[in-house]
Design a protein around this ligand. Structure first.
Ligand code: PEP
Length: 250
């Protein structure tokens, strides 16, 4: 059985004070249970706080981005090795906000995926189509291209234990989630596409992301190829995030 996983993406939200309340509540409410794993991906400046709060708990943590470079004259960038020093297990790469707002193309996303691996981090690779692409019937070609770019650059072996997040851009932060069947169809496609490169990749954890809330999580997570969620807005509320985690338990 594939592992279940729920990860929070705090985006550019939080404060020392707000994080303390959120982290305390998550730590008290989320215990090691069955085969569900949990993580929060915090803004860089709070990784020390998150590490101090969550060490020894059932919740792992990660970053929302990393540099494709290991060190040097890259003002403002943060390397995978730096994230490791703060105990990060995960790094999100290729989030649609980074693709759209910061010009990250497939090649750069692949370089970041490879940099995460070099640093011993588990990448959470985000893929997904825009509304226009979906309406033009291009969902599979877009998601296929985004996956192929990273598999070709990194090699199938680099995907061992990696996490994929299917996040339709039109569902992120809009309150409009994909239906369970829409999400399932793309997850099944992505799984088959990866398996075609290497049979072992059929067992990868594939998360759905896009306006997952306590009220829709159970139906989404009940689909056979959906292994959990990447949660944006709802991960800022401890009760909501914990309810979504509970929905991932089998
Ligand atoms: C995300 O940021 O990855 C995300 C899925 O956001 P939201 O849950 O707010 O749609």
């Amino acid at each position: 059985m594939r592992a279940r996983f729920v990860a929070g993406n705090w985006k550019m939200n939080g404060s020392l004070r707000a994080n303390t309340g959120l982290l305390d509540a998550l730590k008290a409410g989320l215990n090691k249970s069955g085969n569900v794993e949990y993580a929060v991906c915090a803004p860089f400046p709070y990784l020390g706080q998150v590490s101090a709060a969550l060490s020894g708990s059932a919740i792992a943590w990660g970053a929302q981005n990393l540099s494709e470079h290991d060190e040097g004259a890259y003002t403002g960038e943060v390397s995978g090795a730096m994230l490791k020093e703060f105990g990060c297990r995960f790094a999100i790469v290729g989030h649609s906000e980074r693709r759209a707002l910061f010009g990250e193309d497939d090649a750069r996303v692949a370089a970041k995926f490879i940099a995460a691996r070099r640093a011993g981090l588990t990448p959470i690779l985000c893929v997904g189509e825009t509304l226009e692409q979906r309406e033009r019937g291009e969902t599979e070609s877009v998601v296929g291209r985004q996956l192929d770019a990273v598999v070709s650059a990194a090699g199938a072996a680099a995907f061992k234990d990696a996490v994929i997040a299917y996040e339709p851009v039109w569902a992120i932060g809009t309150g409009r989630n994909a239906t369970p069947q829409q999400a399932q169809d793309v997850h099944a496609f992505a799984r088959a596409r990866l398996a075609a490169r290497d049979k072992a990749l059929a067992g990868l954890t594939i998360l759905y992301g896009g306006s997952v809330k306590p009220g829709n999580a159970k139906d989404l997570f009940a689909m056979p190829d959906i292994d959990g969620g990447l949660i944006g807005g709802a991960s800022l509320s401890a009760p909501d995030f914990m309810a979504i985690c509970a929905a991932a338990r089998r």
